[in-house]
Design a protein around this ligand. Structure first.
Ligand code: FPP
Length: 242
């Protein structure tokens, strides 16, 4: 695979888990005099292409930040339109992904989500749970701190009931929404912002970060490959010496 800048992807070192903060939909729309919701719609089209690109590259897990626990504070109309987009996405997911080995999971709090969305999440998760190719994980009504609060509350219950007596890192990891999913190797955030905004705060402890200026609706397969090439140039030491 050759990119414009002549860099090549090392196909033997594809990150197993990529996490993406899909930022910049609003700015993309504003630049064109369009509503923010149109920006999200365009962002949803980009997402479909990036899921396919990850699948083709052999990525095993892709986690995207679709809606945070903080996003409820956005104008009512924008929240409603985002929820409609998510519902539509879930409803059409299997048809769109037909023929590809892609499993869909949704992580986050179910509280505050409509009955209709919860039903679709349950349906799509059940229908794809046997699939072993790419695990596509949608973080919806997700907040890293909230995830830790829930995990700690569950641990307290298990300690009180005598189920566990000691707490270690595995005990915590197993009680997160991402239980059983390896930590992300690469986190991409688009649109020039350089923060993780409450996304996978426990899981990203040794993740490589890649920030790029491209607004999410403009992000494409070449941008994804550039992020992967940057990742492949890093030396991961996990706190040790190499
Ligand atoms: C951040 O951009 C983006 C979001 C809060 C929503 C992300 C949603 C999608 C890409 C589409 C729907 C997703 C699925 C899974 C179908 P922003 O609105 O904060 O942009 P701004 O910083 O430019 O205002």
């Amino acid at each position: 695979m050759l990119l414009k800048n002549n860099n090549k992807i090392d196909e033997s070192n594809i990150p197993g888990h990529i996490a993406i903060i899909m930022d910049g939909n609003g700015r993309w729309a504003k630049k064109r005099g369009l509503s923010r919701s149109i920006g999200h719609k365009e962002g949803s089209r980009t997402l479909k292409k990036i899921v396919e690109a990850c699948y083709k590259l052999g990525v095993k897990y892709l986690t995207v930040y679709a809606f945070s626990t903080e996003n409820w504070s956005r104008p009512r109309e924008e929240v409603d339109d985002l929820m409609k987009l998510l519902l539509e996405y879930l409803k059409n997911a299997e048809r769109e992904l037909k023929g590809k080995n892609i499993r869909i999971r949704v992580i986050g709090e179910k509280k505050n989500l409509s009955e209709e969305i919860i039903k679709e999440i349950e349906r799509v998760q059940k229908n794809t749970e046997h699939i072993k190719g790419l695990d596509f994980i949608i973080a919806l009504n997700y907040g890293g701190r909230q995830e830790l609060v829930e995990a700690v509350s569950n641990i307290v219950k298990d300690v009180k009931s005598g189920l566990i007596s000691e707490i270690d890192e595995d005990i915590i990891s197993q009680r997160l929404y991402t239980s059983g999913i390896p930590d992300p190797d690469l986190l991409i955030r688009t649109s020039g912002e350089m923060r993780i905004s409450n996304f996978l705060i426990w899981q990203c402890c040794y993740t490589e970060f890649y920030f790029c200026d491209v607004l999410w609706p403009d992000f494409n397969e070449d941008n994804l490959k550039e992020a992967i090439i940057s990742y492949q140039g890093r030396q991961r030491r996990f706190g040790g010496v190499k």
